[in-house]
Write a protein that binds this ligand. Structure first.
Ligand code: SF4
Length: 219
């Protein structure tokens, strides 16, 4: 994909994703009035977990408490029970306590707005930090997860080996007006059409722009 084709490509992706379910963190953002704390916690819960499971676990947990002080008041066991069966629920319950404690001790109970401060929180990586900054605070950032990394490379828009490299390549090349929504568009595209093992290239309206880098098997 040539850099100038990104505009037409994203227009097609935007049209396509309307048919599919909104990613869970987007739902949490919409239903919580973009509360950065709930976005942070549900993003943590979503790591290595299906959207439906994350969505149900987030709802159970936030019904018990949805502030740093409130969650810190719950026992780890209670948090574990609320978020089960998300992946690594014990580790995540521990991370939730660690995050809440640090938010209260260092940030006055507020979620910080910078990537550097966010990744200093226990269990928070660049993906989660970028999602909080973009979805919670509507500030420029690019949240690169496995879908964004894979699709950007398949298109031939970037040529990178890791999500971290992809984030840097996209920051250098992707027009800034697409930064915040890039993840919202590519995640459902990757879940439903440009899937990891065998993408549905025969049904993909982007085929004219896509270099299909590394695609050996498709449907
Ligand atoms: S043509 Fe195939 S590899 Fe390219 S974006 Fe579409 S589904 Fe993905």
């Amino acid at each position: 994909m040539r850099p100038d084709q990104i505009h037409a490509a994203l227009k097609l992706v935007r049209r396509e994703v309307r048919h599919w379910q909104e990613p869970v963190v987007g739902v949490v953002a919409r239903t919580s009035a973009r509360d950065p704390f709930r976005i942070l916690i549900s993003c943590l819960l979503s790591l290595r977990t299906k959207d439906k499971t994350t969505s149900e676990a987030s709802a159970r947990l936030f019904a018990l408490a949805h502030t740093p002080a409130g969650l810190l008041n719950l026992s780890r066991r209670k948090i574990e029970r609320a978020i089960y069966p998300v992946g690594f629920y014990r580790t995540k319950a521990k991370a939730i306590h660690g995050i809440c404690r640090r938010l209260l001790e260092v940030h006055g109970g507020k979620v910080p707005q910078s990537i550097d401060e966010l990744i200093a929180l226990p269990g928070v990586g660049r993906k989660t930090a970028n999602l909080v900054v973009t979805v919670g605070y509507r500030k420029p950032g690019i949240c690169v997860d496995i879908h964004v990394h894979r699709i950007s490379n398949r298109w031939g828009y970037v040529k990178t080996r890791t999500p971290e490299e992809t984030e840097q390549a996209l920051r250098a090349q992707l027009p800034k007006r697409y930064w915040i929504t890039f993840n919202d568009l590519l995640v459902p595209y990757g879940q439903n059409l440009c899937q990891p093992v065998s993408p549905f290239c025969s049904r993909c309206t982007l085929i004219a722009y896509c270099d299909r880098v590394g695609v050996t098997k498709s449907r």
